[in-house]
Design a protein around this ligand. Structure first.
Ligand SMILES: Nc1ncnc2c1ncn2[C@@H]1O[C@H](COP(=O)(O)OP(=O)(O)OP(=O)(O)O)[C@@H](O)[C@H]1O
Length: 677
C-alpha cells in the first residue's frame, strides 16, 4: 500500500493493529521535527492502528496511529492526505507526535462526568449517544503569549464499542511504554522553605500530571539545609538504581544540593591546574608577588607540569629553566600603580602538551562512579530566581517542567568543578581541598557579597537580592586578585586599556570573535562535541571544537590577569532569569564545555551601575565597557591578594583565597531539551 488516502479509511471500527512494529522504539520527534514531509510517510508499514472515532469539538474523524505520531482528519474532508492545504482551518491540531503525548487513559463514566465541566467536549458528550465510550489522549499546546510555556491539552476520542476504545488506549500506551527515556520512578525533593515558600503548593499542582502518566514518585520534604545533599550523598548505588531520576521542587540552591549530592563522591577526575601553593599575603612584597606570578604563569604554560606540581609540593627544581625561559612583563599601559598592574603572559600552549592534558581530562570526564550514570535531574521551579530551570526549558512554569520530566526529555549539562585550596603561610602543609560543583554561576566580589549577605535576609523572599544588591553596590568594595585562564580565542571585548578609569566603547564592538549562536533546543554548538571519545580526542578539542575551527584549540593560550576587581563571574550557562530573559550571558551554552569568565575591573560607581544594568537587562552582547574582560574558557585559577570576599557557587559560599575551576562537558543529564525559542 502506498500513500494513504482518506477514501481507504473505514467508516467505523478498527482496520489494523500492528503489534509487531509497535514494539519498535518510539522516535522522539516533536512537531518542529516533522517539517513539510511529515504527511508523506504514512505507509502501511508505519501504521499501528487506524479507524474512525469521534473527537470532541470536531465530530467524526479518521484516525491513524503511526509509530511516531497520531494523525486524524475530519471525515467530511476528502482527498489525499498529502494534499490537504487547510487542515488547520478546523483549529484543531491534526497531528500529534507521540513524543508530545504524556498520558492516555480510558474515561469511565465517572471520569466522563467529571470532564463534563470542560468546555472543549461537554457539548459533544451531551449530544452523543449515552452509550458512547471515551478515552483521553493527554498532550499540551504551546502558549502563544509566554515563550516556551506548555499548557496541558486533552483530546477526547470516543467510540460506541468499548473494546475499540480499549484497543486504542492499549496501542498508544504501548508506544509510550516503549519510549525508554520516559521515567517510571522518581525521587522528589520538595523544599518548603525556598523562594516564596510555595513549593508545597507547586508540587500539589503538578501531582495529577504524574498520576495520569503513571509515574511513581517517592517524595521527601526537606527538613533543613543540606538535607537533599545528605540523602543523595549517602544513597547506595542500589538505592539510586531504583530511580529513573531525581526531581527537586525548589530553586537553584536545592538543585545545586542535589547535583553535589550525586557528584561529591561519585565523580573522579584529576585536579588539574592549581593556583600557586604559597600565599601572596596582600601582595605587600610586590617583587615576591611578581616572582610567584611568573612561576604560576610558567606552570600554566605547561599544564602537564602543573599537574606534576600538584603531586610534589612546593615546587620542583626542574621548573626553574622553564621559569627562566618565559618572558614576563607588566603591561606598561596599565602600570601606573603596582597594585593595579595588569600583568599578562601570553604563552602559547604547544599542541602536543595541550592535547595530552585534554586527553587526560577527557578520560575522567565521564567517570561518575554510579551504577546509573544516566540518572537525570529535573527541576520544578519554586525558588527565588530559578535560573537553571529558565535556562534549560525557557520557561519558569511548574507545569511545563513537569511535562518535560514526564516526557523524559534529556539533555547533557556542563558542570563546573570548583576547588577551594586551603593553605597558610605559617604551615606549608597542604590541606584537603574543598570541592563543589555548580551548573549555572559562580561569582566573587560583588556577586559573592550579595549571595552571602542575602542569606541574612531570606525572610524577604526574592526581594532580598535587590535589597542586598543595592547595599553592596553602595559599599563599592574592590578586591585585589589574580586570575589565570585558558583563553580559547573567543572574547567579547578588548582587554582593559585603562584601569581605574572607564570609558564606553562606541557602537558595536569586539563581538566578531564571539560565538553568536543562542543556545536553544537542538543547539548545533552543544551537539558538536557529542561524539567525542577517547580515541578521537587527540584530533578534537576536549570541548568538542574541531581543530579546523577558526577559534579552535590551536589558538588556546594561558593568560593571567592581575589587578583590582569589583567582581569576577563565571557563567556556565546563559543564566536566564525574570530580569534578564535572554540571560546574563546570552551566548553561553548549556553543553559546550566552556564557561564565560567575566572580570570587572575597578571603575567608578556610575560606570559599575551602568554595567550591572546592561548585564542584567541585555546580557553579554552589550558588554562594551573597557573595564570588562570577557573570555570563554574551560578552566581558570584564582588567587585573592588583598581583602577577601567569598565565592558563591550557585548559592553555596566558598572561602575565597585560592580556587581553581574546570568545566566538564555534559557531566550530568537533566530533564529538559533547551529553550524552544
Ligand atoms: N526545611 C528547610 N529549612 C531551611 N532551609 C532549607 C530547608 N530545606 C531546604 N533548605 C535550603 O534552602 C536553600 C534554598 O532553597 P531553594 O534553592 O529551593 O530556594 P531559593 O534559594 O529561594 O531559590 P534560588 O536558589 O532560585 O534563589 C537550599 O540551599 C536548601 O538547602
Amino acid at each position: 500500500m502506498s500513500e494513504l488516502e482518506l477514501e481507504s479509511f473505514p467508516k467505523s471500527g478498527l482496520l489494523t493493529i500492528d503489534h509487531q512494529n509497535s514494539q519498535d522504539n518510539v522516535k522522539r520527534r516533536r512537531v518542529s521535527d516533522f517539517g513539510s514531509t511529515s504527511r508523506t510517510n504514512a505507509n502501511s508499514a508505519n501504521i499501528v492502528l487506524q479507524g474512525s472515532l469521534s473527537l470532541s469539538s470536531t465530530g467524526l474523524v479518521d484516525v491513524i496511529l503511526l509509530h511516531d505520531r497520531l494523525i486524524w482528519k475530519n471525515t467530511k474532508l476528502h482527498g489525499n492526505w498529502d494534499s490537504l492545504p487547510c487542515w488547520r482551518q478546523t483549529n484543531v491540531p491534526c497531528e500529534l507526535p507521540i513524543a508530545e503525548i504524556y498520558a492516555v487513559e480510558s474515561l469511565d463514566d465517572g471520569a466522563a462526568q467529571r470532564k463534563k465541566g470542560s468546555s472543549l467536549f461537554c457539548h459533544l458528550l451531551q449530544e452523543e449517544a449515552p452509550w458512547m465510550n471515551h478515552f483521553a489522549v493527554h498532550s499540551f499546546r504551546r502558549s502563544s503569549s509566554r515563550k516556551c510555556q506548555w499548557i496541558p491539552k486533552a483530546y477526547i476520542f470516543g467510540h460506541e464499542d468499548l473494546r475499540i476504545c480499549e484497543a486504542w488506549v492499549e496501542s498508544i500506551q504501548g508506544l509510550l511504554d516503549n519510549d525508554k527515556q520516559r521515567p517510571k520512578k522518581l525521587l522528589i525533593f520538595v523544599n518548603p522553605y525556598g523562594g516564596k515558600k510555595a513549593a508545597l503548593r507547586t508540587w500539589e499542582r503538578v501531582i495529577p500530571l504524574f498520576h495520569q502518566a503513571k509515574v511513581k514518585t517517592k517524595v521527601i520534604h526537606t527538613q533543613r539545609l543540606g538535607h537533599a545533599f545528605d540523602v543523595l550523598d549517602k544513597a547506595t548505588e542500589e538505592d539510586l538504581s531504583l530511580q529513573d531520576g531525581i526531581v527537586v521542587v525548589g530553586g537553584d540552591g536545592l538543585f545545586n544540593e542535589a547535583l553535589n549530592g550525586l557528584l561529591a563522591h561519585r565523580h573522579t577526575a584529576p585536579l588539574g591546574p592549581t593556583p600557586k601553593e604559597v600565599l601572596l599575603d596582600s601582595a605587600v612584597d610586590v617583587e615576591e608577588a611578581q616572582m610567584h606570578t611568573k612561576l604560576e604563569s610558567t606552570m600554566h604554560a605547561n599544564p602537564v607540569s602543573c599537574m606534576e606540581i600538584n603531586e610534589n609540593f612546593p615546587f620542583q627544581a626542574d621548573l626553574q629553566p622553564l621559569l627562566e625561559e618565559n618572558s614576563f612583563k607588566p603591561n606598561a599601559k596599565d602600570g601606573h600603580n603596582s597594585n593595579l598592574c595588569n600583568f599578562e603572559l601570553d604563552s602559547s600552549v604547544s599542541t602536543e602538551t595541550f592535547t595530552n592534558f585534554a586527553n587526560e581530562l577527557n578520560q575522567y570526564k565521564g567517570s561518575i562512579t554510579m551504577s546509573t550514570p544516566q540518572l537525570r535531574i529535573g527541576i520544578i521551579p519554586a525558588g527565588s530566581t530559578d535560573t537553571v530551570v529558565i535556562s534549560t526549558t525557557g520557561s519558569r512554569d511548574a507545569i511545563t517542567s513537569a511535562l518535560h520530566i514526564i516526557l523524559g526529555d534529556n539533555m547533557p549539562l556542563d558542570v563546573v568543578r570548583l576547588i577551594s585550596w586551603k593553605s597558610s603561610n605559617l604551615s606549608k602543609e597542604r590541606e584537603e581541598p574543598r570541592v563543589r560543583y555548580a551548573a549555572s554561576f559562580a561569582g566573587y566580589g560583588f556577586f559573592g557579597d550579595v549571595a552571602k549577605e542575602s542569606e541574612l535576609f531570606r525572610w524577604m523572599g526574592p526581594a532580598r537580592y535587590d535589597y542586598v544588591g543595592a547595599k553592596v553596590f553602595l559599599r563599592h568594595k574592590k578586591y585585589a586578585a589574580e586570575i589565570s585562564f585558558l583563553d580559547m580565542g573567543e572574547k567579547s571585548n578588548v582587554k582593559a586599556n585603562s584601569v581605574g578609569k572607564y570609558s564606553y566603547q562606541q557602537g558595536k564592538v569586539h563581538t566578531k570573535n564571539i560565538n553568536q549562536v543562542i543556545c536553544r533546543m537542538n543547539c548545533p554548538v552543544c551537539a558538536r562535541g557529542k561524539d567525542d571519545t577517547l580515541t578521537n580526542a587527540a584530533e578534537k578539542h576536549p570541548i568538542g571544537r574541531s581543530s579546523k575551527t577558526p577559534f579552535g584549540w590551536e589558538t588556546a593560550r594561558w593568560r593571567t590577569s592581575h589587578g583590582i576587581f569589583q567582581s569576577v563571574g563565571a557563567a556556565v550557562m546563559s543564566c536566564r532569569n525574570d530580569k534578564a530573559p535572554d540571560g546574563m550571558v546570552a551566548h553561553a551554552h548549556l553543553a559546550d564545555g566552556l564557561l564565560d569568565l567575566i572580570m570587572i575591573r575597578d571603575c567608578s560607581r556610575p560606570a559599575y551601575l551602568r554595567q550591572l544594568i546592561e548585564l542584567s537587562r541585555r546580557g553579554d552582547n552589550h558588554l562594551s565597557f573597557n573595564f570588562v574582560e570577557h573570555y570563554k574558557t574551560p578552566m581558570f585559577t584564582f588567587i585573592s591578594h588583598g581583602e577577601e570576599s567569598v565565592w558563591s557557587a550557585d548559592g553555596e559560599l566558598f572561602p575565597a583565597h585560592k580556587l581553581s575551576a574546570q568545566v566538564f562537558r555534559g557531566l550530568v543529564n537533566i530533564f529538559a531539551s533547551g529553550p524552544e525559542v
